[in-house]
Design a protein around this ligand. Structure first.
Ligand code: ZN
Length: 237
């Protein structure tokens, strides 16, 4: 069985990660678009560094939850199986899936990772220090000023799209977890799965795209996923 799991902000919110949608899209009175766009970064790099430093610091105050651990259990089970394959794709930039039991390479972070930085000259990706700024020396070119957060900003193309599309084409089970409200990319992902695919949505509320799913499980992912994954795995073995 080919399983694709897409996770979004909801699963991180259950761990206490703040989304700026709660605060009307504002961070310290700056529009999130201003601190999360290439234009914003060229206009005021210090502000952008400060925004991501604050978000990176916030990671130290939160922990993975049972939903992250259940997904890790399923992925790790499938890694040891010859019959089944499961891939996690996340819109989240935190490292809670990794802390929940997955290896770095097991998680496709479509929107990048808070804990990483990228050299704008070489495009190489490195682990970011907690505090990144224009004075941070780049490990590859040994210069300051070339590093940016390894985050997909507004107007930039998400990572792993092609890989995701090719998996979705042969997907037997598509799980969408905590991707409420925002149609892209969950709606597009679902539309790429074959007719025979079972599509399951796990969310606090119904979403605009709920009608395209075969099954809805309404509630906290941390409450629903542990039992859901156990039952699924019984069927797999
Ligand atoms: Zn460099």
């Amino acid at each position: 069985m080919n399983i694709v799991i897409l996770t979004g902000a909801g699963i991180s919110a259950e761990s206490g990660i703040k989304t700026f949608r709660d605060a009307n899209g504002l961070w310290e009175n700056h529009a999130v678009e201003d601190v999360a766009s290439p234009e914003g970064f060229s206009r005021d790099p210090q502000l952008v560094y400060r925004f991501y430093n604050a978000r990176r610091a916030q990671l130290q105050e939160v922990a993975d939850n049972p939903a992250h651990r259940s997904i890790a259990k399923l992925i790790n089970y499938c890694k040891n199986s010859t019959k089944h394959h499961a891939q996690l794709i996340t819109q989240n930039v935190d490292d809670l899936h990794e802390r929940g039991g997955l290896k770095d390479q097991d998680v496709w972070h479509m929107h990048g990772e808070l804990k990483k930085m990228r050299c704008q000259k070489s495009a190489q990706v490195f682990t970011s220090p907690l505090h990144l700024d224009e004075k941070t020396l780049c490990p590859c070119c040994h210069q300051a000023g070339n590093l940016r957060p390894h985050i997909v900003w507004f107007g930039e193309i998400p990572f792993y799209l092609e890989e995701a599309f090719s998996l979705l084409n042969k997907c037997d089970l598509f799980l969408s977890v905590g991707t409420s409200g925002f149609v892209y990319p969950a709606a597009q992902f679902v539309s790429m799965t074959p007719e025979t695919c079972r599509r399951v949505e796990i969310n606090l509320n119904d979403t605009q795209i709920s009608p395209v799913f075969d099954q809805h499980l309404t509630g906290k992912a941390g409450d629903i996923l542990p039992d859901y994954v156990d039952e699924l795995m019984e069927g797999l073995s």
